[in-house]
Write a protein that binds this ligand. Structure first.
Ligand SMILES: [Zn+2]
Length: 881
């Protein structure tokens, strides 16, 4: 069914108006926080203040607390009870305006009785005890196995503040928070503001934090434990690290502080808004379930994002800078101006991601930010958007308990890609000025997408509504094809066509740039029809190749015409003698070159050309390829082809050839260290033959070295994991030796994870039983351990062992959705479906999908992950060797 999307924006605007007229809400609002409840409360409640007094004791599984909430209520808000949110903990006492309330919670709410509410100021007071756990709680405890220390941190997004204390847990009831935390002496507490009072009482201390600016509940946070501030420097953010990791952090933290300080200045200038909060700290959290979280004035980053577990390449450092700038951008886009509801989650995430690349492109132009963007961001977006499981960027979220499912590649990868298109469509000045207006008009408050459109319109931009309806409200993406012909050495005709890769039949307005290989000439085209005659091209010199998405402004699958595809394949080699003019042109444009390689892979991906021909070309070129990140992309595609698509007798010689290339280039003295590391990683990924496995063993024993590169613990565990998954006869002995050698906390995690790759039925059953334990079970493994083990469990060569678990893994999805953190479900599906290649596995997935009454949201997630399996089956059938 084609759905009507034309009036979504007016519906949104209508909701806000509706809020003023709603005077009643059901007595029990039901589980979670419904949009209806949020609209009702936002219309009634204002001027909100929380004062929290919390106590964290060593190894305790609860956090006792006292709280005072002050808020103003409209006169019309007195008509019905007012639900306050609290779940998972125990409410001990509660009073409203001095009247004692029963402490019974219904569906995670305490109803503040209408009869005790006042028009104007109200005061609610409570005492409570909330849960602290190593997983599955809003307050997480991390036990450092390296030194026995304990660390506590909060993570509330999207609606888990109400697991920690009673509150109105919705983003548009911003509040000022005051916080006191009692902890053991010697701990540091980091919160949204800098502490102003510190009282020591023997073995206990109290840290007090002054009132915040108005912030949403999901942006309120604290971390407590023996954190150490590494390299404290005036004018730069404090970076806190657990004390056992200080040595590892010391060489890395100055770079992190530097990029943050420069990014802060750049963003303040671009947005024409100073940094919006009184201070900015970064806390490196071990085992954090996201890359980072942008709490107001204090970002939490996953420790591994900063303290590399493997020998890092320049691309790894680039990725770290992007994550750092992403969270920093959120201080404006997300924290200063916050979405009214989580259906606009994409807005803050898209801008954080897009602005991170813009900022880094400006600060460090030599890093090639937009090439990284094309190589890292775009494939993830297209990988979802071409599947039946995709959704529009704008997703309705009727209840915050379902908001987790909105997180994924559409929000994090498609949105920034579409914003790049918007910037090109609007032009630099309009785009920037629109953002400035938006941030200024809604500072310390909330806004929605229609407000941003209105801001762009104020700059004089036209057609933003039509653009937004197509790109934000339609799911999917176009495939763009080009036909062209020449006569007398000049272009006689050129036509672009777009068609929806899904059967929805959508058409998109597009601005893109056509490059014609023989001359550096480019043509900008703006079109919004299924077909477009490129009249501007007629009469130009006949080109050698044509590519329709130069500089990557467009969003979609831009395929090469057959002639350009053939010519591209012979024009990609930088080391060839007798470079033609086209070769020279392509060579001097690293982004274009990467995009042409991408277009060749797209042809394999859509089963237009054989994976074997791609692998042949790649293996020829990888010997010479000098571009580090492009090498990584091509090697990655080749490994996919060799593990998933190519099955015939030609496979093993190709594997051996890639092993040889990687082994040789990994040792090239003259090459950049990143290139040697990329080859080391390619070898770890592909090694399979006895010779390849011997090389891995030599690397582990130290008899072979990667010159100038010191392997780190995770590099070593990856090598061992590879040997285990290949059932190498020496694997068990090597594993045991490494376990003796690396007894660190992370070493224990990696050891456990790689053993999920033991190719026996018993090992699989043992691990799967672990996966099924609820996160609250005391014998359950931490969630990051499980995540780490999912890929080894589902090694590409072990589908005979893992296929029986596919259906069981799918049947587990409702529990996973309910109990696990936001990104776990995607990792689970990606691993279990990604480990399969057979028609039988595809049938198992389809059988699961055919069941009645499947959660529609889970159905989409499975369709997303099943797409690659369908392609694999199709490619294998079409190209049996
Ligand atoms: Zn973000």
């Amino acid at each position: 069914m084609a759905h009507s999307t034309a009036s979504r924006f007016t519906i949104l605007a209508g909701m806000a108006m509706m809020a003023a007229t709603i005077s009643s809400v059901a007595q029990s609002p039901g589980p979670g926080i419904s949009h209806e409840l949020a609209i009702n409360r936002a219309a009634r409640v204002s001027d909100l203040h929380y004062a929290l007094d919390l106590a964290v004791k060593p190894h305790a599984d609860t956090m006792p607390g006292m709280e005072t909430i002050r808020f103003t209520l409209t006169a019309s808000g007195l008509a019905t009870d007012l639900p306050l949110d609290y779940r998972d903990g125990t409410l001990t006492t509660a009073t409203l305006n001095g009247q004692t309330l029963p402490t019974t919670l219904t569906d995670g709410h305490l109803l503040l009785p209408a009869k005790f509410l006042h028009a104007g100021e109200n005061k609610f007071e409570a005492t409570f005890a909330s849960r602290i756990a190593t997983a599955g709680a809003a307050i997480t405890r991390y036990e450092d196995k390296d030194d026995g220390s304990e660390y506590i941190y909060s993570l509330f997004v999207p609606m888990d503040a109400s697991m920690a204390f009673p509150c109105f847990d919705q983003p548009d009831l911003k509040a000022r928070f005051t916080l006191s935390v009692n902890t053991p002496s010697g701990w540091n507490v980091i919160a949204n503001t800098a502490f102003d009072l510190f009282t020591s009482m023997g073995t206990v201390q109290q840290t007090h934090f002054p009132e915040t600016q108005p912030i949403s509940t999901y942006l309120f946070a604290f971390a407590a434990g023996p954190w150490v501030s590494v390299n404290p420097t005036p004018g730069k953010p404090n970076v806190y690290v657990r004390k056992s990791q200080v040595k590892r952090a010391e060489p890395e933290v100055p770079q992190l502080q530097d990029i943050t300080a420069r990014g802060m200045a750049w963003l303040a200038d671009y947005f024409q808004q100073p940094f919006p909060f009184p201070k900015y700290d970064i806390v490196l959290i071990p085992g954090f379930p996201f890359g980072g979280m942008e709490h107001a004035g204090e970002t939490f980053l996953r420790e591994d994002v900063v303290l590399f577990r493997t020998a890092p390449t320049a691309a790894d450092r680039f990725g770290r800078n992007i994550t750092t700038l992403h969270e920093l951008t959120h201080q404006w886009f997300g924290d200063l101006v916050t979405m009214r509801w989580f259906d606009d989650l994409w807005l803050k995430e898209g801008f954080a991601q897009y602005m991170a690349y813009r900022c880094l492109d400006s600060l460090q132009p030599a890093d090639g930010a937009w090439k990284h963007f094309y190589e890292d961001i775009k494939p993830q977006a297209y990988g979802i958007d071409e599947t039946q499981g995709t959704t529009p960027i704008f997703q309705n979220i009727p209840n915050l308990k379902d908001a987790k499912s909105a997180y994924g590649a559409i929000v994090y990868q498609k949105t920034p890609a579409v914003l790049k298109q918007l910037n090109y469509f609007l032009g630099e000045d309009h785009f920037r000025d629109g953002l400035r207006i938006y941030l200024k008009e809604h500072a310390y408050a909330n806004a929605q997408w229609s407000d941003l459109i209105a801001a762009f319109e104020k700059t004089g931009s036209k057609n933003v509504q039509a653009w937004a309806k197509a790109w934000i409200l339609q799911r999917g993406m176009p495939e763009v094809n080009v036909e062209w012909g020449c006569s007398d050495g000049k272009i006689a005709n050129m036509k672009l066509t777009q068609h929806d890769v899904l059967p929805d039949g959508y058409v998109w307005p597009m601005s893109n740039e056509i490059v014609m290989g023989i001359s550096p000439d480019t043509i900008r085209v703006n079109w919004s029809t299924a077909e477009y005659e490129v009249k501007e091209a007629i009469g130009k010199p006949c080109p050698y190749i044509v590519f329709t998405n130069n500089d990557d402004y467009g969003y979609g699958r831009f395929l090469l015409d057959p002639q350009s595809a053939d010519r591209t394949a012979s024009s990609l080699n930088p080391m060839r003698d007798n470079l033609s003019a086209t070769d020279m042109m392509v060579m001097s444009h690293p982004l274009l070159r990467s995009m042409l390689w991408g277009a060749l892979w797209d042809n394999v991906h859509v089963a237009n050309s054989s994976p074997r021909s791609y692998a042949d070309l790649a293996l020829r070129e990888l010997t010479f390829e000098h571009d580090e990140t492009l090498f990584r992309v091509i090697a990655g595609h080749t490994i996919t082809a060799l593990h998933s698509y190519i099955t015939g007798p030609s496979r093993t010689p190709l594997v051996a050839q890639l092993e040889r290339i990687a082994t040789e280039r990994m040792q090239q003295q003259g090459a950049a260290p990143g290139m040697r590391i990329n080859n080391f990683r390619a070898l770890t990924g592909i090694a399979e033959t006895p010779a390849g496995r011997d090389t891995l063993k030599q690397l582990l024993s130290g008899s072979l070295k990667v010159p100038g590169v010191e392997l780190r613990q995770l590099d070593r565990w990856n090598l061992i994991g590879r040997l285990i998954s290949l059932n190498d006869p020496d694997a068990a002995q090597i594993f045991a030796a490494e376990q003796q050698r690396d007894k660190s906390g992370d070493g224990q995690k990696y050891a456990w994870s790689v053993q999920a790759g033991v190719p026996t039925a018993e090992a699989k059953e043992k691990y799967f039983a672990q996966y099924l334990l609820p996160p609250t079970d005391p014998t359950a493994k931490p969630e990051d351990w499980i995540t780490q083990s999912l890929r080894p469990f589902n090694s590409w060569n072990q589908s005979a062992f893992t296929e029986p678990y596919l259906r069981r893994a799918l049947d587990q999805l409702p529990e996973i959705k309910r109990d696990r953190k936001i990104f776990f479900l995607g990792a689970w599906l990606g691993a279990f479906i990604g480990g399969q290649q057979s028609p039988a596995a595809l049938t198992a997935v389809r059988d699961w999908l055919a069941q009645p009454n499947i959660d529609p949201d889970l159905r989409l997630k499975v369709l997303e992950s099943a797409d690659e399996l369908e392609r694999t089956v199709r490619i294998r059938q079409r190209f049996p060797d």
